[in-house]
Design a protein around this ligand. Structure first.
Ligand SMILES: *Cc1c(COP(=O)(O)O)cnc(C)c1O
Length: 425
């Protein structure tokens, strides 16, 4: 494994190449074996591999994994082995990490604002040839940072201009920060075409896009940009945003997204040999992790648990995201339990912000000492842990059972019923 430690203070017991691999059948088995005092992250490599194969086989183009969603080296290897060859990296630390774990991976530096030193190290040391940008300044920076001593611009750059598109159909907006407005795009596309071997247009519809229509409207804007600028475009990159399943958020099947993107991209005025790319983060890793927490205290409708806003539950605290939960009860015999009731969670730190509204549906008699499994935390969950306030230690193990929800198990609704699904927020 590389030298980085992307999962906070967690100790990975599933070390590559060692015999220490602990594979448990499921979360109850982990609790029975470890009675853990600290939260436990469960890895499900089979779930991530299934997601990767799905994108590699069914997306009508190339799928880049957006590393920021979960940079665990073990996960990177799973995705590589399942057919993901391209990686969307956003910082020089991510470039070095992926390069150290996957020496042959193709790395694409898709953050539109980079330092000159990051660009030149990525280009000269790590073989990165694809960069994104949304300003003339960034284009000049890329050219200067990759030129040789004589000032000659390399002839092997793939440069993707990031277009601002609407986040109206997504749960998390990525529209405010990056992307050039359509009205200003033509001069930048023309200037980029002058220096790029391959010219791309990329965008991001926002994370957890709840309808394929998000991509269709964004691709209409791409069409307008191409027509305005009258340039030859070699890469159309539809970004991330592919949804996963959470309580209250059941998106249409991913086949619907792929079909809509395929049809919209087919009709674009691009070069005959152009490529279609996507950059899924969440969709490739959401099912990879769940988390076991322990209830330390019960007060009315509130449960005090040992992970929270500064741990893997950042989105639950700060975005009001709901995750599936189930009680792992070990200290009672018999299976009868009270009816489900809505609970909110407090995390372990001394900070009032360390609160997750939920609601999380659990049996009414849940009590201190009970364990809870919180599912679908592989994307922007396991990767977000901090050591704030002295919390954040724990272990990582592997589980063989299925994630609490899946886009890939083939038991979804008929795609034809999905036409009028829209964002629930
Ligand atoms: C975060 C990000 C992604 C991944 O987004 P998801 O919603 O997790 O699929 C892809 N591309 C870029 C440029 C990003 O910033």
């Amino acid at each position: 494994m590389g030298t980085s430690k992307p999962q906070g203070c967690f100790v990975e017991t599933t070390v590559w190449g060692s015999l220490e691999l602990h594979i448990y059948p499921d979360a109850p088995a982990v609790v029975r074996a470890l009675s853990p005092d600290e939260p436990v992250i469960l890895n499900r490599p089979h779930a991530a591999a299934r997601a990767a194969r799905f994108f590699a086989e069914k997306f009508p183009g190339k799928s880049l994994y957006a590393v920021k969603a979960n940079p665990s080296p073990a996960l990177l290897r799973v995705l590589w082995d399942a057919g993901i060859t391209h990686y969307d990296v956003a910082s020089i630390a991510e470039v070095r990490l992926v390069r150290s774990v996957l020496p042959e991976a193709v790395l694409c530096f898709m953050h539109p604002v980079k330092t000159a030193s990051a660009i030149s190290e990525a280009y000269a040391v790590h073989g990165v040839r694809t960069f994104s940008l949304d300003t003339r300044e960034e284009l000049d920076k890329i050219v200067a940072a990759t030129a040789d001593d004589a000032g000659k611009v390399p002839e092997d750059l793939s440069l993707c201009v990031r277009l601002r598109v609407s986040s109206d159909y997504s749960e998390i907006s990525l529209a405010a920060k990056f992307g050039i407005d359509l009205a200003d795009a033509a001069p930048l596309l023309q200037a980029t075409r002058q220096v790029a071997d391959c010219l791309g247009i990329c965008f991001h519809v926002g994370s957890q896009a709840m309808t394929p229509f998000a991509y269709v409207t964004a691709l209409e804007r791409v069409r307008a940009a191409i027509v305005d600028a009258a340039v030859t475009v070699d890469i159309v990159d539809v970004g991330g945003g592919f949804p996963s399943i959470y309580p209250g958020m059941e998106p249409p099947p991913l086949e619907d997204y792929f079909g809509a993107i395929h049809r919209a991209a087919e009709s674009l005025p691009v070069s005959y040999s152009s490529e279609l790319w996507c950059e899924p983060g969440r969709a490739l890793c959401a099912e990879y992790n769940s988390l076991i927490v322990r209830v330390e205290k019960h007060r009315g409708r509130e449960l005090y648990i040992n992970d929270g806003a500064y741990g893997a539950l950042f989105d639950a605290a700060h975005l009001g995201w709901r995750f599936p939960v189930r009680l792992l009860r070990t200290n009672v015999s018999g299976t009868a339990s009270e009816a489900l009731r809505p609970f909110s969670f407090f995390g372990p730190t001394c900070d009032d912000l360390d609160h997750m509204d939920g609601p999380f549906e659990l049996p009414g008699d849940v009590a201190a000492g009970d364990y809870i499994e919180i599912g679908m935390l592989g994307a922007y969950g396991a990767a977000m842990r901090t050591a704030f306030n002295g919390f954040g230690a724990g272990v990582v193990v592997e589980a063989a059972d299925e994630p609490m929800a899946s886009q890939y198990l083939g038991n979804r609704r008929d795609p034809r019923h999905s036409d009028n699904v829209v964002s629930l927020r």
